[in-house]
Design a protein around this ligand. Structure first.
Ligand code: ADP
Length: 785
């Protein structure tokens, strides 16, 4: 090898480089900052602008000694120097030739060494081996470049132009990314051929490594790709599921449903059916209309109290206390309720009867039902049947209908959340039936203990057990409740209250309640009994206490207003004399009994839905052809009743001492004033007959007597209804004596004692007795006259 080159000596300054190596022919710039190096540079510039560059063995050493750098390096030509801020100099150098330190001659102020520079003999005849090697290196380098090294294609072009093996080898080496150790290794090989071989070996190794790197990166990439693909597919799946209604929320929801269903202790068939619905839901888009319908259905199903029950309290004494606490009077009702509870206590499973509270509005039917719930520790729910004419309202619509919903019963159960509430059907007498089906027959099923165990709503389509429910119904009158329905129920009548009872109710319940509701202090509104009575008689006309409660509420509001105006106020006194200031003029006045006996005028008694009332029947006789005229809002029954009375009188002409021909030459006009309220019913029979007899005979009728009763052709007096209310009305009007049909004798118990005290109740069986008591005796007549 030595035949190719020889050494030439040189003395040059030296700079150890950190982390860098320069090959001959290579152009490179680097920054110089160390003082020693700067000194070396300056010295070099003075000389031939040549400098020896070598690498430090370890880049970290700041002040290297001669041992710390390699002794083979490159002689370089300094091409440019640039002063940078902060005592740094940027130098551009070009490698000239490799050299070896022979001897270090100076160390301060810079390194200076005697070098042996390799000089190549231009070898014209490159041996074949070298040629082959160069080609191999070229090929390998090309491959090296191609396998992904960032080397510009120009380098390949320049390389192909280089003829000298040494320069070729160095150019390749300077373009490879090599470790400092490798670089140094190559620098130290002076023989070009040997150097080429080493480069070739490195290249092959590098290529192999690159190859491996490539497969690794491919594999990694594939993996990444797979992950990416998976991610993408998942996203897509999500989108599809969402479209199908299976977004996560829905899936969660469905899971929740399934779990709930699992936990629910319920009949297997029902479970299966609901399971199916849930499954259907899961295969549907959550935004579709149908899924909304199913979700609604399933929600309704889960919101029903399938197994939830409140624990009954069956303490009779406690119950009595609660009932008394909430309501004044109503003894019959309370007693029946307590009986019911006692039986319950003895035989838990016994089906109780269905109670039906019948009575005018405002007598406490609803509120006592609520008290029953309170006394039994049950929940309370109320459904009004007033005006219901469609069976579907009770039993629901089939789900095939758009917007179908469950019926009122299932809805109420959903709301009340226990399966054993006290369930009040209000106004069961106000149901109507028409082409849309018969709600009453649906009610029959609901109220039948045999059938309501499996009450099936059209919407739900699955049976719900209503057998634990305590049903109570209310009605204003019995006559409009369909027979079969009435037979299912135990009727408990609540009649209207007397004024005295109303006073007690007001004092004990309504006034305190209203004061509380209006956030006033107890005792802030002061009213005497007389004042309350005035409110009752002049501002209300009702059997119950609803208007009374409202009116008392109005008084409380007025009082509250006064308090707001003057917060120092301790009490508002309401008296009979200032009542009109608060409530306005009296709204009702009552017909008082006539002061003197009169001919042809009789006081009758009528029952209206708002309680009893007195009615004054007047008869006038005129010469005519025997016509009977009736005026004053009378129903057909009333007219027939008048006719019957008249026939009875004609059959008794002789006994009564009447003109035989009166039916031919006299017109009879019967009028019942205050005709705004329609009056019907036969109970004015004896009253009209008495008025006609009085008119025909000219005998006056006692003004303090009132009567009620139906009349037969034979003059028998038949019983009537609503005796209590009628008696109360008579009492209010100042009547002293009431004629009561014999068959109504049993109802006398209902009449409050304090009323009986003021009134004389006379039992009558026939018209003779009626006349006996009603007509003024001849002597009396004289006395009065
Ligand atoms: P109904 O259902 O018979 O029409 P409510 O139950 O609605 O009557 O009663 C109307 C109001 O009168 C309620 O506030 C109720 O508490 C009250 N009330 C009725 N009767 C009594 C009573 N005997 N004792 C106490 N308050 C009563």
């Amino acid at each position: 090898m030595s035949k190719n080159f020889k050494f030439k000596e040189h003395t040059l300054t030296l700079i150890p480089l950190r982390g860098l190596a320069v090959f001959p022919y290579m152009v490179l710039h680097f920054d110089v900052g160390r003082e020693k190096s700067i000194n070396a540079l300056e010295e070099a510039m003075v000389e031939e602008q040549l400098i020896f560059l070598t690498s430090q063995k370890e880049a970290e050493i700041d002040i290297p000694t001669t041992e710390d750098f390699y002794h083979v390096g490159t002689i370089c030509k300094i091409k440019q120097m640039l002063k940078l801020p902060g005592d740094t100099i940027r130098v551009l150098v070009e490698g000239v030739s490799r050299a070896k330190i022979k001897e270090i001659i100076d160390e301060e102020p810079y390194f200076r060494a005697i070098l042996e520079e390799a000089e190549y003999e231009q070898d014209d005849e490159r041996d074949k081996e070298t040629e082959a090697l160069m080609r191999s290196v070229m090929d390998a380098f090309e491959e090296y470049v191609n396998t992904g090294n960032k080397i510009t294609p120009e380098v390949l072009l320049t390389l192909s132009d280089i003829e000298e093996p040494s320069r070729f080898a160095d150019t390749v080496a300077s373009n490879m990314s090599l470790k400092p150790k490798q670089k140094q290794e190559l620098l130290e090989i002076f023989d070009p051929k040997e150097r080429l071989e080493t480069i070739y070996a490195i290249l092959l190794e590098e290529i192999e490594i690159l190859e491996i790197e490539k497969t690794i990166s491919l594999r990694v990439k594939k993996q990444v790709n797979r992950l990416q693909k998976e991610y993408y597919l998942r996203e897509q799946l999500k989108a599809i599921q969402k479209e199908l209604g299976e977004d996560e929320e829905t899936l969660d929801e469905i899971e929740e449903y399934k779990e709930k269903l699992q936990k629910l202790k319920i009949n297997k068939d029902v479970k299966e059916k609901i399971g199916k619905e849930i499954k259907r839901l899961s295969s549907m888009s959550s935004s579709s209309a149908e899924s909304a319908v199913i979700r609604n259905y399933v929600d309704t199903f889960f919101s029903l109290p399938w197994n939830k029950e409140s624990k009954d309290k069956l303490d009779i004494i406690e119950a009595q206390k609660i009932l008394d606490e909430d309501h004044f009077g109503l003894e019959k009702v309370k007693e029946r309720i307590l009986e019911y509870l006692s039986i319950r206590k003895l035989a838990k499973s016994m089906k109780g009867p269905i109670l039906c509270f019948v009575g005018p509005p405002g007598v406490g039917k609803t509120s006592i039902a609520k008290s029953v719930a309170r006394a039994m520790n049950r929940k309370f729910v109320r459904v009004s049947l007033g005006g219901v004419r469609d069976e579907a309202e009770i039993r629901g619509h089939r789900r095939t209908y758009v917007g179908a919903i469950p019926g009122r019963i299932i809805n109420a159960m959903k709301e009340v959340k226990t399966k054993n509430p006290v369930f009040l059907f209000d106004e069961i007498d106000k149901m109507a039936s028409d082409f849309r089906g018969d709600p009453a027959s649906a009610m029959l099923e609901v109220l039948d203990p045999e059938q309501n165990k499996e009450f099936t709503d059209h919407y739900m389509e699955i049976p719900f057990d209503l057998s634990k429910v305590l049903f109570i119904t209310t009605a204003n009158s019995l006559s409009t409740i369909p027979g079969p329905l009435r037979d299912r129920m135990e009727i408990i009548e609540l009649s209207g209250y007397t004024e005295v009872e109303k006073l007690e109710i007001a004092k004990r319940h309504l006034v305190p309640k209203q004061i509380k509701e209006h956030n006033l202090e107890e005792g802030f509104v002061k009213m005497s009994d007389g004042t309350i009575l005035d409110v009752i008689t002049h501002y209300t006309r009702e059997s119950g206490v609803r208007t009374l409660e409202r009116t008392l509420g109005r008084l409380c509001r007025k009082a509250a207003k006064k308090y707001v105006e003057d917060p120092k106020l301790k009490q508002v006194r309401i008296t009979s004399s200032n009542l009109e200031k608060y409530l306005g003029k009296h709204r009702f006045t009552y017909q008082k009994a006539n002061e003197h006996p009169q001919v042809g005028i009789v006081t009758g008694l009528a029952w209206t839905p708002v309680g009893g009332d007195t009615l004054s029947i007047e008869v006038a006789l005129m010469k005519g052809t025997g016509k009977l005229v009736l005026t004053g809002q009378l129903g057909d029954v009333m007219k027939e009743s008048a006719q019957t009375g008249l026939s009875f009188i004609r059959s008794k002409v002789e006994e009564l001492g009447l003109d035989e021909e009166f039916h031919k030459n006299t017109d009879i006009h019967i009028h019942i004033p205050e005709g705004a309220i329609p009056k019907d019913g036969p109970s004015a029979g004896i009253t009209m007959a008495t008025a006609v007899i009085s008119a025909l005979t000219g005998i006056a009728v006692r003004s303090d007597v009132a009567m009620t009763g139906e009349i037969t052709l034979r003059g028998r007096v038949l019983p009537i209804g609503g005796l209590k209310e009628k008696t109360l009305a008579a009492h209010r009007a100042g009547i002293k004596k009431i004629l009561v049909p014999k068959e109504n004798e049993k109802d006398l118990d209902e009449i409050p004692q304090n009323i009986k005290k003021d009134l004389e109740l006379v039992i009558v069986e026939n018209m003779d007795e009626v006349m006996e008591h009603a007509l003024v005796k001849k002597e009396e007549d004289k006395n009065e006259g």
